[in-house]
Ligand binder design. Structure first.
Ligand SMILES: Cc1cc2nc3c(=O)[nH]c(=O)nc-3n(C[C@H](O)[C@H](O)[C@H](O)COP(=O)(O)O)c2cc1C
Ligand code: SF4
Length: 492
Protein backbone atom coordinates (compact mmCIF):
# COMPACT_ATOMS: atom_id res chain seq x y z
CA UNK A 1 0.00 0.00 0.00
CA UNK A 2 1.09 3.57 -0.70
CA UNK A 3 2.38 5.52 2.31
CA UNK A 4 2.73 9.31 2.63
CA UNK A 5 6.35 10.30 1.97
CA UNK A 6 6.72 11.77 5.48
CA UNK A 7 6.28 8.26 6.93
CA UNK A 8 5.73 9.59 10.43
CA UNK A 9 4.87 6.75 12.79
CA UNK A 10 1.90 7.67 14.98
CA UNK A 11 1.46 5.64 18.16
CA UNK A 12 -1.94 4.25 19.12
CA UNK A 13 -2.37 6.48 22.16
CA UNK A 14 -3.82 5.37 25.45
CA UNK A 15 -7.36 6.48 25.97
CA UNK A 16 -9.71 6.83 28.89
CA UNK A 17 -12.48 4.26 28.75
CA UNK A 18 -15.85 5.07 30.31
CA UNK A 19 -17.32 3.39 33.38
CA UNK A 20 -20.41 1.33 32.77
CA UNK A 21 -22.56 4.25 33.94
CA UNK A 22 -20.78 6.74 31.73
CA UNK A 23 -21.19 4.42 28.76
CA UNK A 24 -24.90 3.97 29.42
CA UNK A 25 -25.39 7.74 29.44
CA UNK A 26 -23.15 8.45 26.48
CA UNK A 27 -24.13 9.72 23.08
CA UNK A 28 -22.49 6.83 21.22
CA UNK A 29 -24.50 4.25 23.12
CA UNK A 30 -27.74 6.19 22.79
CA UNK A 31 -30.45 5.24 20.29
CA UNK A 32 -31.08 6.87 16.95
CA UNK A 33 -34.39 7.01 15.11
CA UNK A 34 -34.75 8.58 11.70
CA UNK A 35 -37.64 7.46 9.50
CA UNK A 36 -37.38 3.69 9.22
CA UNK A 37 -33.81 3.62 10.58
CA UNK A 38 -33.93 2.62 14.25
CA UNK A 39 -30.66 1.84 16.00
CA UNK A 40 -30.33 0.81 19.62
CA UNK A 41 -27.09 2.78 19.62
CA UNK A 42 -25.00 4.85 17.23
CA UNK A 43 -22.25 2.27 16.79
CA UNK A 44 -21.81 0.89 13.26
CA UNK A 45 -19.58 -1.68 11.57
CA UNK A 46 -19.16 -0.57 7.95
CA UNK A 47 -18.83 -2.95 5.01
CA UNK A 48 -15.69 -5.09 4.92
CA UNK A 49 -15.11 -7.74 2.27
CA UNK A 50 -13.74 -10.88 3.98
CA UNK A 51 -13.34 -13.13 0.88
CA UNK A 52 -15.39 -15.92 2.39
CA UNK A 53 -18.22 -16.61 -0.12
CA UNK A 54 -18.18 -19.59 -2.49
CA UNK A 55 -16.75 -19.03 -5.96
CA UNK A 56 -20.41 -18.69 -7.02
CA UNK A 57 -21.08 -15.88 -4.54
CA UNK A 58 -23.10 -17.94 -2.06
CA UNK A 59 -23.08 -17.58 1.72
CA UNK A 60 -20.78 -20.13 3.40
CA UNK A 61 -20.35 -21.24 6.99
CA UNK A 62 -17.32 -18.93 7.12
CA UNK A 63 -19.45 -15.97 6.02
CA UNK A 64 -21.93 -16.79 8.79
CA UNK A 65 -19.12 -17.01 11.35
CA UNK A 66 -17.59 -13.70 10.20
CA UNK A 67 -20.81 -11.73 10.66
CA UNK A 68 -21.89 -13.74 13.70
CA UNK A 69 -18.67 -12.73 15.40
CA UNK A 70 -19.36 -9.00 14.79
CA UNK A 71 -22.93 -9.53 16.01
CA UNK A 72 -21.58 -10.80 19.37
CA UNK A 73 -20.51 -7.19 20.05
CA UNK A 74 -24.11 -5.99 19.46
CA UNK A 75 -23.33 -2.82 17.49
CA UNK A 76 -26.21 -0.61 16.35
CA UNK A 77 -25.70 -1.79 12.77
CA UNK A 78 -23.50 -4.01 10.65
CA UNK A 79 -23.29 -3.49 6.92
CA UNK A 80 -22.65 -6.68 4.97
CA UNK A 81 -19.78 -6.42 2.48
CA UNK A 82 -20.14 -5.07 -1.05
CA UNK A 83 -22.48 -7.63 -2.65
CA UNK A 84 -22.76 -7.94 -6.44
CA UNK A 85 -26.14 -7.12 -7.97
CA UNK A 86 -25.50 -9.01 -11.20
CA UNK A 87 -25.65 -12.71 -11.81
CA UNK A 88 -22.09 -12.94 -13.11
CA UNK A 89 -19.09 -14.79 -11.66
CA UNK A 90 -16.94 -12.53 -9.47
CA UNK A 91 -14.88 -14.85 -7.26
CA UNK A 92 -15.59 -15.41 -3.56
CA UNK A 93 -17.54 -12.17 -3.17
CA UNK A 94 -21.16 -12.31 -2.07
CA UNK A 95 -23.80 -11.91 -4.75
CA UNK A 96 -27.50 -11.11 -4.81
CA UNK A 97 -28.19 -11.11 -8.55
CA UNK A 98 -30.65 -14.03 -8.53
CA UNK A 99 -33.27 -15.55 -6.21
CA UNK A 100 -31.01 -18.55 -5.56
CA UNK A 101 -28.92 -16.29 -3.30
CA UNK A 102 -31.88 -15.55 -1.01
CA UNK A 103 -31.82 -18.70 1.21
CA UNK A 104 -28.16 -18.22 2.23
CA UNK A 105 -28.67 -14.53 2.87
CA UNK A 106 -31.80 -15.29 4.91
CA UNK A 107 -29.73 -17.59 7.10
CA UNK A 108 -27.17 -14.80 7.53
CA UNK A 109 -29.80 -12.30 8.65
CA UNK A 110 -31.29 -14.79 11.14
CA UNK A 111 -27.88 -15.58 12.57
CA UNK A 112 -26.94 -11.93 13.12
CA UNK A 113 -30.29 -11.16 14.73
CA UNK A 114 -29.96 -14.17 17.01
CA UNK A 115 -26.31 -13.63 17.98
CA UNK A 116 -26.95 -9.95 18.76
CA UNK A 117 -30.09 -10.84 20.75
CA UNK A 118 -32.13 -8.87 18.23
CA UNK A 119 -30.19 -5.68 18.88
CA UNK A 120 -28.13 -5.23 15.73
CA UNK A 121 -29.72 -4.03 12.49
CA UNK A 122 -28.23 -5.81 9.48
CA UNK A 123 -27.87 -3.86 6.25
CA UNK A 124 -26.37 -5.03 2.99
CA UNK A 125 -24.19 -3.00 0.65
CA UNK A 126 -25.22 -3.37 -3.00
CA UNK A 127 -22.50 -2.92 -5.59
CA UNK A 128 -22.09 -2.77 -9.33
CA UNK A 129 -18.64 -2.82 -10.86
CA UNK A 130 -17.21 -2.85 -14.38
CA UNK A 131 -14.75 -5.27 -15.92
CA UNK A 132 -11.07 -5.06 -15.01
CA UNK A 133 -8.54 -7.26 -16.82
CA UNK A 134 -5.13 -8.37 -15.69
CA UNK A 135 -2.07 -6.42 -16.83
CA UNK A 136 -0.99 -8.11 -20.06
CA UNK A 137 2.57 -9.03 -21.02
CA UNK A 138 3.77 -6.44 -23.58
CA UNK A 139 4.00 -9.19 -26.26
CA UNK A 140 0.36 -10.08 -25.80
CA UNK A 141 -0.70 -6.42 -25.84
CA UNK A 142 1.12 -5.55 -29.06
CA UNK A 143 0.59 -8.85 -30.86
CA UNK A 144 -3.01 -9.61 -29.86
CA UNK A 145 -4.85 -6.47 -28.72
CA UNK A 146 -3.34 -3.42 -30.32
CA UNK A 147 -4.13 -2.38 -33.91
CA UNK A 148 -2.04 0.54 -35.23
CA UNK A 149 -3.94 3.17 -37.21
CA UNK A 150 -2.73 5.92 -39.54
CA UNK A 151 -2.80 8.25 -36.56
CA UNK A 152 -0.42 5.97 -34.64
CA UNK A 153 1.83 5.80 -37.69
CA UNK A 154 1.94 9.61 -37.90
CA UNK A 155 2.81 9.84 -34.21
CA UNK A 156 5.54 7.24 -34.60
CA UNK A 157 7.01 9.23 -37.48
CA UNK A 158 6.89 12.40 -35.36
CA UNK A 159 8.61 10.56 -32.51
CA UNK A 160 11.34 9.20 -34.77
CA UNK A 161 11.61 12.33 -36.92
CA UNK A 162 11.52 10.31 -40.16
CA UNK A 163 9.14 8.66 -42.61
CA UNK A 164 8.41 5.03 -41.72
CA UNK A 165 7.66 4.22 -45.37
CA UNK A 166 5.21 1.39 -45.89
CA UNK A 167 5.70 -0.49 -42.63
CA UNK A 168 2.87 -2.98 -42.12
CA UNK A 169 0.65 -2.95 -39.01
CA UNK A 170 2.51 -6.00 -37.73
CA UNK A 171 5.87 -4.33 -38.23
CA UNK A 172 4.73 -1.18 -36.38
CA UNK A 173 3.44 -3.30 -33.50
CA UNK A 174 6.73 -5.24 -33.37
CA UNK A 175 8.68 -1.96 -33.37
CA UNK A 176 6.71 -0.64 -30.41
CA UNK A 177 7.11 -3.93 -28.55
CA UNK A 178 10.87 -3.53 -28.62
CA UNK A 179 10.97 0.29 -28.15
CA UNK A 180 9.20 1.21 -24.92
CA UNK A 181 10.76 4.69 -25.04
CA UNK A 182 8.27 5.75 -27.74
CA UNK A 183 5.13 4.32 -26.09
CA UNK A 184 4.13 7.59 -24.45
CA UNK A 185 4.39 9.45 -27.76
CA UNK A 186 2.65 6.91 -29.96
CA UNK A 187 -0.06 5.27 -27.86
CA UNK A 188 -3.17 7.13 -26.71
CA UNK A 189 -3.47 7.76 -22.98
CA UNK A 190 -6.03 5.00 -22.76
CA UNK A 191 -3.85 2.51 -24.66
CA UNK A 192 -0.91 3.35 -22.45
CA UNK A 193 -3.09 2.65 -19.41
CA UNK A 194 -4.26 -0.66 -20.90
CA UNK A 195 -0.63 -1.66 -21.44
CA UNK A 196 0.73 -0.46 -18.12
CA UNK A 197 -2.03 -1.51 -15.71
CA UNK A 198 -4.43 -3.62 -17.77
CA UNK A 199 -7.68 -2.97 -19.63
CA UNK A 200 -10.41 -1.50 -17.50
CA UNK A 201 -13.90 -0.45 -18.54
CA UNK A 202 -14.95 3.08 -17.84
CA UNK A 203 -18.36 4.75 -17.56
CA UNK A 204 -17.18 7.07 -20.34
CA UNK A 205 -16.90 4.20 -22.84
CA UNK A 206 -20.03 5.15 -24.74
CA UNK A 207 -18.78 3.18 -27.77
CA UNK A 208 -19.43 -0.03 -25.82
CA UNK A 209 -23.16 -0.83 -25.96
CA UNK A 210 -23.31 -2.34 -22.45
CA UNK A 211 -21.63 0.75 -20.98
CA UNK A 212 -23.81 3.12 -22.98
CA UNK A 213 -26.86 1.23 -21.71
CA UNK A 214 -25.92 1.24 -18.02
CA UNK A 215 -28.60 3.86 -17.27
CA UNK A 216 -31.16 1.57 -18.93
CA UNK A 217 -30.29 -1.49 -16.83
CA UNK A 218 -28.86 -0.40 -13.49
CA UNK A 219 -32.05 0.96 -11.87
CA UNK A 220 -33.77 -2.41 -12.34
CA UNK A 221 -30.70 -4.43 -11.34
CA UNK A 222 -30.35 -2.47 -8.10
CA UNK A 223 -34.10 -2.57 -7.46
CA UNK A 224 -34.29 -6.35 -7.97
CA UNK A 225 -31.29 -6.87 -5.70
CA UNK A 226 -32.85 -4.66 -3.01
CA UNK A 227 -36.08 -6.63 -3.26
CA UNK A 228 -34.13 -9.83 -2.63
CA UNK A 229 -32.42 -8.19 0.34
CA UNK A 230 -35.81 -7.30 1.73
CA UNK A 231 -37.07 -10.84 1.13
CA UNK A 232 -34.04 -12.23 2.94
CA UNK A 233 -34.97 -10.11 5.97
CA UNK A 234 -32.24 -7.46 5.89
CA UNK A 235 -33.14 -4.35 7.88
CA UNK A 236 -31.95 -2.08 5.11
CA UNK A 237 -29.86 -1.50 2.04
CA UNK A 238 -26.77 0.62 1.50
CA UNK A 239 -26.23 1.59 -2.14
CA UNK A 240 -22.52 1.50 -2.85
CA UNK A 241 -21.89 4.92 -4.40
CA UNK A 242 -18.29 5.08 -3.17
CA UNK A 243 -14.74 4.10 -4.09
CA UNK A 244 -13.78 2.72 -7.51
CA UNK A 245 -17.09 1.31 -8.64
CA UNK A 246 -19.75 2.12 -11.22
CA UNK A 247 -21.98 4.47 -9.28
CA UNK A 248 -19.12 6.49 -7.80
CA UNK A 249 -17.75 6.80 -11.33
CA UNK A 250 -21.06 8.27 -12.49
CA UNK A 251 -20.93 10.82 -9.65
CA UNK A 252 -17.31 11.72 -10.36
CA UNK A 253 -16.24 14.88 -12.14
CA UNK A 254 -14.21 12.51 -14.33
CA UNK A 255 -17.54 11.34 -15.80
CA UNK A 256 -17.73 13.21 -19.09
CA UNK A 257 -20.55 11.22 -20.69
CA UNK A 258 -22.42 13.24 -23.27
CA UNK A 259 -25.72 11.34 -23.09
CA UNK A 260 -27.24 13.37 -20.24
CA UNK A 261 -25.67 11.12 -17.58
CA UNK A 262 -22.37 12.97 -17.15
CA UNK A 263 -20.67 16.32 -17.34
CA UNK A 264 -22.61 18.74 -15.13
CA UNK A 265 -23.45 17.91 -11.53
CA UNK A 266 -27.05 17.42 -12.64
CA UNK A 267 -25.97 14.93 -15.30
CA UNK A 268 -23.65 13.04 -12.94
CA UNK A 269 -26.37 12.79 -10.31
CA UNK A 270 -28.99 11.58 -12.74
CA UNK A 271 -28.30 7.84 -12.68
CA UNK A 272 -27.57 7.63 -8.92
CA UNK A 273 -30.93 9.36 -8.31
CA UNK A 274 -32.73 7.14 -10.83
CA UNK A 275 -31.25 4.07 -9.13
CA UNK A 276 -32.32 5.40 -5.74
CA UNK A 277 -35.87 6.11 -6.99
CA UNK A 278 -36.19 2.65 -8.55
CA UNK A 279 -35.02 0.98 -5.36
CA UNK A 280 -37.23 3.17 -3.18
CA UNK A 281 -40.25 2.35 -5.31
CA UNK A 282 -39.52 -1.33 -4.86
CA UNK A 283 -38.74 -1.44 -1.14
CA UNK A 284 -41.23 1.24 -0.04
CA UNK A 285 -40.88 4.20 2.29
CA UNK A 286 -40.87 2.08 5.46
CA UNK A 287 -37.59 0.36 4.56
CA UNK A 288 -34.15 1.74 5.41
CA UNK A 289 -32.34 2.87 2.28
CA UNK A 290 -29.19 4.97 2.19
CA UNK A 291 -25.86 5.09 0.45
CA UNK A 292 -22.14 5.17 0.97
CA UNK A 293 -20.46 7.98 -0.92
CA UNK A 294 -17.13 9.75 -1.16
CA UNK A 295 -16.52 13.03 0.61
CA UNK A 296 -13.39 13.44 -1.51
CA UNK A 297 -12.18 11.25 -4.36
CA UNK A 298 -8.56 12.32 -3.79
CA UNK A 299 -7.70 12.06 -7.49
CA UNK A 300 -6.76 14.65 -10.09
CA UNK A 301 -9.89 16.11 -11.61
CA UNK A 302 -12.16 14.24 -9.17
CA UNK A 303 -14.82 15.42 -6.72
CA UNK A 304 -13.72 17.40 -3.69
CA UNK A 305 -15.68 18.05 -0.55
CA UNK A 306 -17.70 20.94 -2.08
CA UNK A 307 -18.94 18.59 -4.81
CA UNK A 308 -19.66 15.90 -2.24
CA UNK A 309 -21.72 18.34 -0.14
CA UNK A 310 -23.87 19.20 -3.14
CA UNK A 311 -24.32 15.48 -3.93
CA UNK A 312 -25.18 14.58 -0.34
CA UNK A 313 -27.75 17.38 -0.16
CA UNK A 314 -29.50 16.02 -3.25
CA UNK A 315 -29.52 12.51 -1.76
CA UNK A 316 -30.95 13.83 1.48
CA UNK A 317 -33.61 15.81 -0.38
CA UNK A 318 -34.47 12.70 -2.39
CA UNK A 319 -35.24 10.91 0.88
CA UNK A 320 -32.26 8.72 1.72
CA UNK A 321 -32.36 7.47 5.30
CA UNK A 322 -28.63 7.81 5.93
CA UNK A 323 -25.45 8.88 4.20
CA UNK A 324 -22.31 6.99 5.07
CA UNK A 325 -19.17 8.95 4.25
CA UNK A 326 -15.96 7.46 2.93
CA UNK A 327 -12.94 8.85 1.08
CA UNK A 328 -10.75 7.84 -1.88
CA UNK A 329 -10.21 4.20 -2.83
CA UNK A 330 -9.94 4.81 -6.59
CA UNK A 331 -8.38 2.97 -9.51
CA UNK A 332 -7.00 6.15 -11.03
CA UNK A 333 -3.92 6.37 -8.80
CA UNK A 334 -3.57 2.69 -7.88
CA UNK A 335 -0.19 1.01 -7.89
CA UNK A 336 0.92 -0.57 -11.15
CA UNK A 337 0.21 -4.30 -10.83
CA UNK A 338 2.72 -6.98 -11.81
CA UNK A 339 2.21 -8.51 -15.25
CA UNK A 340 -0.58 -11.07 -14.87
CA UNK A 341 -2.17 -9.28 -11.87
CA UNK A 342 -5.15 -6.94 -11.86
CA UNK A 343 -4.95 -3.36 -10.63
CA UNK A 344 -6.43 -2.90 -7.14
CA UNK A 345 -8.08 0.36 -6.08
CA UNK A 346 -6.74 0.63 -2.51
CA UNK A 347 -3.04 0.70 -3.36
CA UNK A 348 -2.42 4.38 -4.18
CA UNK A 349 -2.73 7.71 -2.34
CA UNK A 350 -6.53 7.68 -2.61
CA UNK A 351 -6.50 4.13 -1.22
CA UNK A 352 -4.41 5.35 1.68
CA UNK A 353 -7.02 7.98 2.46
CA UNK A 354 -9.70 5.31 2.51
CA UNK A 355 -7.89 3.12 5.06
CA UNK A 356 -5.12 5.28 6.56
CA UNK A 357 -2.32 3.60 8.49
CA UNK A 358 -0.08 4.74 11.36
CA UNK A 359 2.70 5.43 8.82
CA UNK A 360 1.34 8.79 7.87
CA UNK A 361 1.88 12.51 7.45
CA UNK A 362 1.61 15.10 10.24
CA UNK A 363 -2.16 14.55 10.57
CA UNK A 364 -1.93 10.83 11.20
CA UNK A 365 -4.67 8.27 10.61
CA UNK A 366 -6.88 8.88 13.63
CA UNK A 367 -10.18 10.53 12.83
CA UNK A 368 -8.60 11.71 9.61
CA UNK A 369 -11.87 12.02 7.70
CA UNK A 370 -14.09 13.53 10.39
CA UNK A 371 -13.86 17.04 8.95
CA UNK A 372 -15.30 15.77 5.69
CA UNK A 373 -18.25 14.05 7.36
CA UNK A 374 -18.81 17.23 9.37
CA UNK A 375 -18.86 19.37 6.22
CA UNK A 376 -21.39 17.06 4.60
CA UNK A 377 -23.58 16.96 7.69
CA UNK A 378 -23.47 20.74 7.99
CA UNK A 379 -24.52 21.24 4.41
CA UNK A 380 -27.44 18.81 4.84
CA UNK A 381 -28.52 20.57 8.04
CA UNK A 382 -28.31 23.98 6.31
CA UNK A 383 -30.87 22.61 3.89
CA UNK A 384 -33.14 21.94 6.88
CA UNK A 385 -32.80 18.15 6.65
CA UNK A 386 -31.95 15.72 9.46
CA UNK A 387 -30.56 12.82 7.44
CA UNK A 388 -28.07 10.94 9.65
CA UNK A 389 -24.45 10.99 8.55
CA UNK A 390 -22.14 8.06 9.31
CA UNK A 391 -18.44 8.90 9.84
CA UNK A 392 -15.58 6.39 9.52
CA UNK A 393 -11.81 6.37 9.21
CA UNK A 394 -9.30 5.71 11.98
CA UNK A 395 -11.82 5.88 14.81
CA UNK A 396 -10.51 3.70 17.60
CA UNK A 397 -11.78 4.88 20.97
CA UNK A 398 -14.88 5.75 22.90
CA UNK A 399 -13.45 9.21 23.60
CA UNK A 400 -13.05 9.97 19.92
CA UNK A 401 -16.51 8.67 19.00
CA UNK A 402 -18.09 10.67 21.81
CA UNK A 403 -16.30 13.83 20.72
CA UNK A 404 -17.43 13.40 17.12
CA UNK A 405 -21.04 13.19 18.26
CA UNK A 406 -20.67 16.04 20.77
CA UNK A 407 -19.21 18.25 18.02
CA UNK A 408 -22.09 17.42 15.69
CA UNK A 409 -19.65 16.10 13.10
CA UNK A 410 -21.74 12.94 12.55
CA UNK A 411 -24.79 11.13 13.90
CA UNK A 412 -23.39 7.62 13.79
CA UNK A 413 -19.76 6.62 14.33
CA UNK A 414 -18.41 3.62 12.44
CA UNK A 415 -15.27 1.57 12.97
CA UNK A 416 -14.14 -1.08 10.51
CA UNK A 417 -10.64 -2.20 11.45
CA UNK A 418 -11.05 -1.61 15.19
CA UNK A 419 -14.13 -3.87 15.07
CA UNK A 420 -12.15 -6.49 13.18
CA UNK A 421 -9.33 -6.28 15.73
CA UNK A 422 -11.84 -6.74 18.54
CA UNK A 423 -15.44 -7.57 17.62
CA UNK A 424 -16.33 -7.37 21.32
CA UNK A 425 -15.07 -3.84 21.76
CA UNK A 426 -18.52 -2.23 21.83
CA UNK A 427 -19.62 -4.75 24.44
CA UNK A 428 -16.49 -4.35 26.56
CA UNK A 429 -16.88 -0.56 26.45
CA UNK A 430 -20.57 -0.75 27.34
CA UNK A 431 -19.71 -2.95 30.32
CA UNK A 432 -17.10 -0.48 31.59
CA UNK A 433 -14.34 -2.88 30.60
CA UNK A 434 -12.78 -0.83 27.85
CA UNK A 435 -9.32 -1.53 29.25
CA UNK A 436 -9.78 -5.09 27.88
CA UNK A 437 -10.23 -3.86 24.28
CA UNK A 438 -7.70 -5.29 21.82
CA UNK A 439 -6.68 -2.15 19.99
CA UNK A 440 -6.11 -2.06 16.24
CA UNK A 441 -2.54 -1.32 15.19
CA UNK A 442 -3.59 0.35 11.90
CA UNK A 443 -0.75 -1.25 9.95
CA UNK A 444 -3.14 -2.86 7.43
CA UNK A 445 -2.12 -6.50 7.56
CA UNK A 446 -5.84 -7.16 6.99
CA UNK A 447 -5.99 -4.87 3.98
CA UNK A 448 -2.89 -6.51 2.48
CA UNK A 449 -4.79 -9.81 2.59
CA UNK A 450 -7.77 -8.14 0.95
CA UNK A 451 -5.53 -6.77 -1.81
CA UNK A 452 -4.27 -10.31 -2.47
CA UNK A 453 -7.86 -11.59 -2.46
CA UNK A 454 -7.04 -13.77 0.55
CA UNK A 455 -9.36 -14.48 3.45
CA UNK A 456 -9.18 -11.38 5.65
CA UNK A 457 -8.09 -11.87 9.27
CA UNK A 458 -6.41 -9.75 11.94
CA UNK A 459 -2.80 -10.14 13.03
CA UNK A 460 -3.85 -9.63 16.66
CA UNK A 461 -5.74 -12.89 16.87
CA UNK A 462 -5.34 -15.06 13.78
CA UNK A 463 -2.55 -17.26 15.28
CA UNK A 464 -4.14 -17.52 18.73
CA UNK A 465 -5.35 -20.93 19.95
CA UNK A 466 -5.16 -22.49 16.51
CA UNK A 467 -5.66 -25.93 18.04
CA UNK A 468 -8.95 -24.93 19.71
CA UNK A 469 -11.54 -27.60 18.83
CA UNK A 470 -13.82 -26.63 15.95
CA UNK A 471 -11.85 -23.53 14.97
CA UNK A 472 -12.21 -22.70 11.28
CA UNK A 473 -8.97 -21.92 9.49
CA UNK A 474 -7.81 -20.21 6.31
CA UNK A 475 -7.33 -22.40 3.25
CA UNK A 476 -3.61 -22.78 4.05
CA UNK A 477 -4.52 -23.90 7.59
CA UNK A 478 -2.28 -21.26 9.17
CA UNK A 479 -4.76 -18.69 10.42
CA UNK A 480 -7.98 -18.84 12.35
CA UNK A 481 -10.82 -17.06 10.55
CA UNK A 482 -12.56 -15.37 13.47
CA UNK A 483 -11.42 -13.87 16.75
CA UNK A 484 -11.43 -16.18 19.76
CA UNK A 485 -14.58 -15.89 21.86
CA UNK A 486 -14.55 -13.40 24.73
CA UNK A 487 -15.99 -14.60 27.99
CA UNK A 488 -16.96 -11.67 30.21
CA UNK A 489 -17.16 -13.98 33.25
CA UNK A 490 -14.29 -16.46 32.99
CA UNK A 491 -14.29 -19.16 35.68
CA UNK A 492 -11.89 -18.12 38.46
C1 LIG B 1 -10.55 -5.64 4.60
C2 LIG B 1 -11.41 -4.46 4.27
C3 LIG B 1 -12.45 -4.58 3.36
C4 LIG B 1 -13.26 -3.49 3.06
N1 LIG B 1 -14.35 -3.65 2.24
C5 LIG B 1 -15.20 -2.61 2.02
C6 LIG B 1 -16.41 -2.77 1.30
O1 LIG B 1 -16.78 -3.86 0.87
N2 LIG B 1 -17.18 -1.68 1.10
C7 LIG B 1 -16.86 -0.45 1.60
O2 LIG B 1 -17.61 0.51 1.39
N3 LIG B 1 -15.73 -0.27 2.32
C8 LIG B 1 -14.91 -1.31 2.56
N4 LIG B 1 -13.82 -1.13 3.36
C9 LIG B 1 -13.54 0.20 3.96
C10 LIG B 1 -14.12 0.28 5.39
O3 LIG B 1 -15.52 0.14 5.39
C11 LIG B 1 -13.75 1.62 6.07
O4 LIG B 1 -14.34 2.68 5.38
C12 LIG B 1 -12.25 1.86 6.13
O5 LIG B 1 -11.58 0.69 6.57
C13 LIG B 1 -11.92 3.00 7.10
O6 LIG B 1 -12.45 2.75 8.38
P1 LIG B 1 -11.54 2.21 9.62
O7 LIG B 1 -10.43 3.19 9.77
O8 LIG B 1 -12.48 2.19 10.78
O9 LIG B 1 -11.04 0.87 9.24
C14 LIG B 1 -12.99 -2.23 3.67
C15 LIG B 1 -11.95 -2.11 4.60
C16 LIG B 1 -11.16 -3.21 4.91
C17 LIG B 1 -10.06 -3.05 5.91
S1 SF4 C 1 -4.77 -6.58 10.92
FE1 SF4 C 1 -3.86 -4.72 11.79
S2 SF4 C 1 -4.93 -3.03 10.82
FE2 SF4 C 1 -6.15 -4.86 10.43
S3 SF4 C 1 -7.63 -4.93 12.10
FE3 SF4 C 1 -5.89 -6.12 12.79
S4 SF4 C 1 -4.57 -4.73 13.90
FE4 SF4 C 1 -6.02 -3.50 12.72
Amino acid sequence: MWTPPQRIRHPVLDTRWPTRDEASQSRWFSPLAFGPLHLHERTWVPAMVPWRATGDGLVTGDVLEWYGRFADGQPGAIVVEATGIRDIPSGPLLRIGDDRFIPGLTELVKLVHTRSSGKTRLLIQLIDFLAVKRRPPAEKFFRRFWRPTNEHKKRLEAALGCDTGNLSQTEIAEYLLTHPEVHAQVLTARELRDLQVGYREDVNDLHLPHIRDLPKHLPNLFADAAKRAQQAGFDGVELHYAHAYTMASFLSKTNTRTDGYGGSLKGRLRLPLEVYQAVRQTVGSAYTLGCRMLADEVIDGGNRVEDACAIARRFAEAGMDFISVSKGGKFDDAKQPKVGDAVYPYTGPSGYECMPTVYSDERGPFGRNIGLAAAIRRSIRERGLDTPVVAAGGINSFEMAEQILADGAADIVAAARQSLADPDWFRKTRLGRGHEVRRCKYTNYCEALDTKHKQVTCQLWDRVALDEPGVSKSTDGRRRLVAPAWDPDPPS
